[in-house]
Design a protein around this ligand. Structure first.
Ligand SMILES: [Zn+2]
Length: 243
């Protein structure tokens, strides 16, 4: 009897542990969420890839990044925070006027795992307002801070027909190559496939190697036959192929 009770308790603990592990995995997953559409890569037969930059805009680095993209005639998708857009409206407008895609990266860049519905709506809607205030007219995709989301955030996204965009290539997440532009570019060239979404952080001083990697990635992938498009264009290439 005691053994049996112990066994039951043990199984319950295991079950709870497994459930929590499952929730943890789901909260961090780049390819799965409970509700709404999420894209870490786009299924397409065309050799298209999207370059995406998270955070900012900042006064110090926005123009450098825009100049670099212009020099290489490469479009990108910028996931910006509402707070930084409000602080730096001129930089936000410069990104929009250069013709790049702008996405919503939340207002305050807080982890949104157990956030309540009112806060989620506030984080998203204030950021949308800042994007529109800069003159951006396209559909606004969303990327969760730290890639984290669990229940409320995906629910809000699905209720509002919004797409969540993550990534399939993130060279900065490998500590042995993160500070080295050549090594990061080599990683991206090795991993890229049709429909890949590449993530880099280029808006702060810490992003020096990532900024230096951008031209190497653009030139290297073009040599391999890839074309750079925005996330919206990447998604459009998918729907064109739908039966
Ligand atoms: Zn971020």
């Amino acid at each position: 009897m005691v053994m049996r009770r112990l066994l039951t308790v043990g199984l319950v603990v295991l079950g709870l542990g497994g459930g929590l592990l499952g929730l943890y995995t789901l909260g961090n997953s780049r390819t799965t969420q409970l509700f709404g559409e999420i894209f870490a890569r786009v299924e397409t037969s065309k050799p298209l890839v999207a370059l995406t930059f998270d955070d900012g805009p900042t006064v110090r680095f926005t123009q450098d990044v825009l100049d670099m993209l212009k020099e290489h005639d490469a479009p990108a998708t910028f996931f910006l925070t509402g707070k930084e857009m409000q602080e730096n409206p001129a930089q936000t407008r410069a990104i929009v006027e250069a013709g790049h895609q702008v996405g919503n990266h939340s207002y305050s860049h807080a982890r949104m795992l157990l956030t309540g519905p009112a806060t989620v709506a506030d984080e998203i809607e204030r950021t949308d307002a800042a994007i529109r205030a800069a003159g951006y007219q396209g559909e606004i995709d969303f990327r969760p801070p730290y890639g984290k989301k669990l229940v409320t955030l995906p629910w809000y996204m699905s209720q509002n027909n919004r797409k969540t965009i993550t990534w399939d290539i993130e060279p900065e997440s490998y500590p042995d190559i993160a500070g080295n532009a050549d090594a990061m570019a080599a990683h991206v060239l090795e991993k890229a496939q049709n429909g890949s979404i590449i993530l880099l952080h280029v808006m702060y001083r810490s992003g020096e190697a990532s900024r230096a990697a951008v031209p190497k990635i653009v030139q290297g992938l073009r040599q391999r036959g890839f074309e750079f498009v925005t996330v919206s264009q990447l998604l459009a290439s998918r729907s064109e192929e739908a039966p």
